[in-house]
Design a protein around this ligand. Structure first.
Ligand SMILES: [Zn+2]
Length: 158
């Protein structure tokens, strides 16, 4: 999957309220202005093939996705996250922007097949909220992706 210059990527700051749902405290639409690959892994220092991004948010601020180095852990590839920053909403100023298309899919997967304890995502006013910017949506599987991406469930079935 490749990001392109000019792509509008929707980022969310989520507050997961146990047993209640997910509240999007902050939403930013970032227009990608710079792309590079091959930044070193944070621990291994081995160059990664993933795309590091830099862009300008609709709030006028610069947003970066692992621009200097790529975070590494056993359990997370950090593709859905941007670099942590300190201008969040709520009690904690520190937040890690999450790409809305992935955030949406995570909750959709969690709710899939569930008839009780279905979690909903709302904005701070209690209204339901969907990814914005450049995206594709598969109505069959209710999954989102970045423009140009195919629904992986459709790929598997097709
Ligand atoms: Zn699909």
């Amino acid at each position: 999957m490749a990001y392109v210059i000019g792509q509008k990527v929707c980022l969310w700051q989520e507050d997961i309220r146990h047993g209640m749902g997910v509240v999007v405290l902050k939403e930013v639409i970032v227009t990608v202005t710079e792309i590079k690959t091959g930044v070193p892994g944070h621990w291994s220092r081995t160059p990664v093939s993933s795309q590091s991004l830099r862009g300008i948010g609709d709030d006028g601020k610069v947003y970066e996705k692992h621009w200097e180095s790529w975070p590494e852990s056993q359990t997370n590839c950090f593709t859905d996250q941007w670099s942590m920053r300190d201008d969040g909403e709520g009690d904690d100023p520190y937040w890690t922007p999450k790409e809305a298309v992935y955030a949406y899919n995570d909750l959709s997967r969690y709710n899939s097949g569930r008839e009780v304890n279905v979690l909903v995502r709302t904005d701070v006013n209690g209204n339901s909220i969907l990814p914005k910017g450049d995206f594709v949506h598969c109505a069959v599987h209710d999954l989102y992706g970045h423009s140009g991406q195919c629904c992986f469930k459709c790929l598997i079935e097709g």
